[in-house]
Design a protein. Structure first.
Length: 311
């Protein structure tokens, strides 16, 4: 009913205004005209003035109406896109939960096989390798559980005060054995201590994703530099590479899910890192690296210092 009411109101206003104009202008014309020729000239002026005024009013009214219509159409399009994205996220969450459940089951089977193999294997070196494999499987199970929890809308972040330096050293030591880093020159520049408020598993996840992303961006003999530094309120993690770099116009899209420049890439590594950083109340940005490629900069908050209470 609203369109009908608006149209009726507009028609009434126009009719009343036009009638008042015709009556008032006729009275003025009759008063000013001294003969027929003066009356004809005044009527022509009245006609042109009426046409010009109504044309201007029609232009302004239609312009406002079409602008409002365009805005409403854009808002409807945005709402439709948001609805589609929400439905896609729900579907992706359900799929992720199912995949995480099945992946966790597969990891449990692999973990049992590794435990059985460690009992039958002789030699300290081989046992150490199996222990590393067992630890990696346990970490994979933890990540699978967290993925399933996140897909269900649950957020379990275990924030604690921890020194990130030994965690980063252990993570890089494990990553250096992966085939994706074979031939790369992996270097680190760590401060003596970097105490932050973080989740250990999530920090390992962030560092692993950024280092693997840097490895994919570099050539077989590429260089990767990991830096840990302490600022006034934050601990900074930097991952540099000597790859081709990322143009400024593409630095936002790289954090979009399923967007990847690699033919076989899933486009989820940087998204996973960003989500983990945000869960730790930190920030993740990308910039140019001194090595010539890209530099991913992570800032994690330092724990608040306890103030001494007065007597």
């Amino acid at each position: 009913m609203k369109p009908f009411r608006y149209a009726l109101l507009l028609a009434l206003v126009y009719g009343v205004t036009a009638a008042a104009y015709i009556w008032l202008s006729g009275v003025v014309a009759a008063h000013l005209a001294s003969n027929v020729h003066d009356l004809a000239r005044i009527e022509r002026i009245k006609g042109f003035a009426y046409v010009g005024t109504t044309a201007m009013i029609l232009f302004v009214a239609s312009w406002l109406m079409f602008r409002r219509l365009r805005r409403a159409t854009e808002e409807a399009g945005q709402l439709r896109q948001a609805t589609v994205m929400a439905q896609s996220r729900v579907l992706a969450g359900e799929l992720a939960a199912a995949v995480a459940h099945d992946f966790n089951n597969a990891l449990m089977v692999a973990s049992c096989a590794v435990e059985a193999a460690s009992e039958a294997v002789t030699g300290e070196v081989r046992r150490a390798r199996l222990r590393e494999a067992s630890d990696a499987l346990i970490l994979g199970q933890e990540l699978a559980k967290r993925l399933a929890q996140t897909a269900r809308g649950e957020k379990h972040v275990h924030l604690q005060t921890c020194d990130l330096v030994p965690i980063a050293r252990a993570t890089l030591k494990a990553l250096a054995k992966l085939p994706r880093l074979r031939g790369r020159k992996l270097q680190s520049d760590f401060c003596q201590e970097a105490t932050a408020l973080a989740d250990v598993v999530m920090f390992e996840q962030i560092l692993a994703n950024l280092v693997l992303n840097a490895a994919d961006a570099t050539a077989d003999r590429g260089a990767i530099l990991v830096v840990l530094a302490v600022e006034q309120t934050h601990v900074c993690l930097e991952v540099h590479d000597d790859g081709p770099g990322i143009p400024p116009e593409k630095r936002e899209s790289i954090f979009t899910a399923f967007e990847s420049s690699k033919p076989d890439g899933l486009g989820l590594g940087l998204v996973s890192a960003l989500v983990a950083v945000q869960a730790l109340n930190g920030s993740l940005t990308v910039d140019d690296s001194s090595l010539g490629g890209a530099a991913f900069l992570v800032q994690l908050p330092k724990p608040r210092e306890k103030t001494a209470s007065g007597p």
